[in-house]
Design a protein around this ligand. Structure first.
Ligand SMILES: CC(C)(COP(=O)(O)OP(=O)(O)OC[C@H]1O[C@@H](n2cnc3c(N)ncnc32)[C@H](O)[C@@H]1OP(=O)(O)O)[C@@H](O)C(=O)NCCC(=O)NCCS
Length: 175
């Protein structure tokens, strides 16, 4: 089984390779995910405890990054998190490693006091971890995307009650 731990700087090259390999054949990807991760690591949105790697036999085969975003609700800015990206090397996909990274990141985010995580992802994958459509909460993403792919999880039941609005991504997401 995979060992999950916080990423450190010595892991960056191996993580880059895993992300590149994971997204190489993903049709909806423009293969920019390794660059996105590089930008996010040096941005204010970065939370070191929420950049995790999965190792099997001492080799990094998976990575997940969760960073800070806001939900703009009128004049109010409600802190939230974005899950992007999660990557498992094709040689190790389908063995539960992606799921283990997602669950571990939820536990850490909850421990750190975060309330919710938002993502753009496949509608068949994320609901098993508790994600629901952002539209069910009155939350929208700031770009066109099918509603079934825009998802959010409350890390504590009810943590989004009374919260609605438009997600604001930091600049590092948009470059
Ligand atoms: C998505 C990803 C992280 C999942 O990791 P994984 O370790 O392969 O997933 P797990 O072993 O935990 O879960 C496997 C299940 O997820 C499903 N699944 C995996 N990738 C999926 C995808 N892109 N869309 C829908 N379902 C997916 C599998 O069909 C399998 O379903 P089952 O349990 O019903 O048989 C991994 O496949 C990956 O890196 N894919 C390429 C990059 C990508 O698309 N990342 C997500 C976008 S941010």
């Amino acid at each position: 089984m995979a060992h999950i731990r916080q990423e450190n700087t010595a892991d960056y090259d191996a993580v880059h390779s895993v992300i590149e390999a994971a997204f190489a054949n993903v049709p909806y990807s423009d293969q920019s995910e390794p660059q996105l991760v590089k930008r996010l690591r040096t941005s204010d949105a970065f939370i070191p405890e929420l950049s995790l790697v999965a190792e099997v036999d001492g080799r990094i085969v998976g990575h997940i990054l969760i960073t800070k975003i806001q939900i703009k609700d009128g004049q109010r800015e409600v802190p939230s998190l974005a899950l992007a990206p999660v990557s498992v090397h094709p040689s190790h996909q389908g063995q539960g490693i992606g799921g283990a990274l997602i669950r571990a990141s939820h536990d850490i985010a909850r421990t750190l006091g975060h309330q919710s995580i938002i993502l753009l992802g496949h509608e068949d994958y994320y609901p098993r971890f508790g994600y629901r459509r952002t539209a069910d909460f009155g939350i929208s993403l700031p770009f066109e995307a099918p509603p079934e792919n825009c998802m959010v999880i409350e890390l504590e039941t009810g943590s989004l009650s009374g919260v609605q609005g438009i997600v604001q991504y930091p600049g590092a997401f948009m470059e």
